[in-house]
Design a binder for this molecule. Structure first.
Ligand code: NAD
Ligand code: LMR
Length: 329
């Protein structure tokens, strides 16, 4: 039976994450090997030619699942009928730019895109914001889309989650496949809190297995939280293939479900769980089934974790205040 293609919109399609992401989507890794996709690429006008070049390469792969490509600089067209929206393009911070300037510049991108999603996307649209500051950009887009259920707007902390799995694997020598129940709390920023107190290595508690408080506080947490900056320092450019990989993981698990007994980290609008103020787009441990996610409930939060979760959530609240005062939410 031929399935109707799923429309996936990628913004910033000509950028470095776009280049690493589009081929994975078209090959079936985002939604599964049985799901045809139609790609809508949104770029700013000067980057349309580069997006066309990427589209030519997509054509040249002859992906059996790729049902079509549309390239546009018009959000209304790019989000028309979209089922999955990957908001990657953002305004990077440049020299001399204050945080407020950055938030305002991104407001100029994510507010109209949120409105275009509101007015043109499919009823089942799911949104992942990758462009930084991802959590607050997602908040801006969500605020501009009052007709879309709030829970469809998410931001990416899956890269942080994957980084945490990898660091724990290096420390313990256990394969990544033996590690479950990692959690990233809070903001996709240096204040994020990677939590191993509920993680398990081959079924045993990870914090007890490691039993090294110094490593936890002085190595693991800062390494994961500052990994983005370390990549920029090493590559001279921010993470791209690993970010694209995390975006694929995020949407794949949201749509197709998380494995039994495990969970993943997603930044989602808080329902007030774990003391995170309602509406903030903050990272939580979630399980996914039937196309929906649920926050894992009932985890005991110790004092060490509480302090760190609160600090990251405080930063998110400050970012929300800043965009409120700019009239963006
Ligand atoms: P990039 O500069 O290579 O590409 C960004 C692209 O976005 C450019 O092609 C640009 O023309 C386009 N763009 C700008 N404004 C646009 C608009 N209004 N509409 C459509 N396209 C627009 O950047 P990149 O390396 O691909 O990174 C993209 C974003 O992802 C950055 O904000 C980066 O900080 C962020 N990022 C997030 C994570 C995460 O874990 N959440 C990880 C890595 C990178
Ligand atoms: C990352 O975590 O790699 C990025 O968010 C870093 C950045 O500033 O783009």
């Amino acid at each position: 039976m031929t399935r109707t293609p799923v429309t996936v919109t990628v913004t910033g399609a000509a950028g470095q994450i776009g280049y690493a992401l589009l081929f994975r989507i078209a090959s079936g890794q985002l939604l599964g090997p049985d799901v045809p996709v139609r790609l809508n690429l949104l770029e700013i006008t000067p980057a349309l030619k580069a997006a066309e070049g990427t589209a030519m390469e997509l054509d040249d792969c002859a992906f059996p699942l790729l049902a079509g490509i549309d390239i546009s600089d018009d959000p209304a067209r790019a989000f028309d009928g979209t089922n999955v929206a990957l908001l990657v393009g953002a305004r990077p911070r440049t020299k001399g730019m204050e945080r407020g300037d950055l938030l305002e510049a991104n407001g100029g991108i994510f507010k109209p895109q949120g409105k275009a999603i509101n007015d043109h996307a499919a009823d089942d649209v799911r949104v992942l914001v990758v462009g930084n500051p991802a959590n607050t950009n997602a908040l801006i887009a969500r605020s501009a889309a009052p007709d879309v259920p709030a829970e469809r707007f998410t931001a990416m902390t899956r890269l942080d989650h994957n980084r945490a799995l990898s660091q724990l694997s290096r420390k313990t020598g256990a394969p990544v496949s033996d590690i479950r129940r990692m959690t990233i709390w809070g903001n996709h920023s240096a204040t994020q809190y990677p939590d191993i107190f509920h993680a398990e290595i081959a079924g045993k508690n990870a914090a007890e297995t490691v039993s090294d408080d110094t490593w936890l506080a002085e190595d693991f947490i800062p390494t994961v939280a500052k990994r983005g900056a370390a990549i920029i320092e090493a590559r001279g450019a921010s993470s791209a293939a690993s970010a694209a990989n995390a975006a694929v993981d995020h949407i794949h698990d949201w749509v197709r479900g998380t494995p039994d007994g495990d969970w993943v980290s997603m930044a989602i609008p808080s329902d007030g769980s774990y003391g995170v103020p309602e509406g903030l787009i903050s990272s939580f441990p979630v399980t996914c089934a039937d196309g929906a996610y649920r926050i894992v409930q009932g985890l005991e939060i110790n004092d060490f974790s509480r302090t760190r979760i609160d600090a990251s959530v405080r930063e998110l609240a400050e970012e929300r205040e800043a965009v409120r005062s700019l009239g963006l939410v």
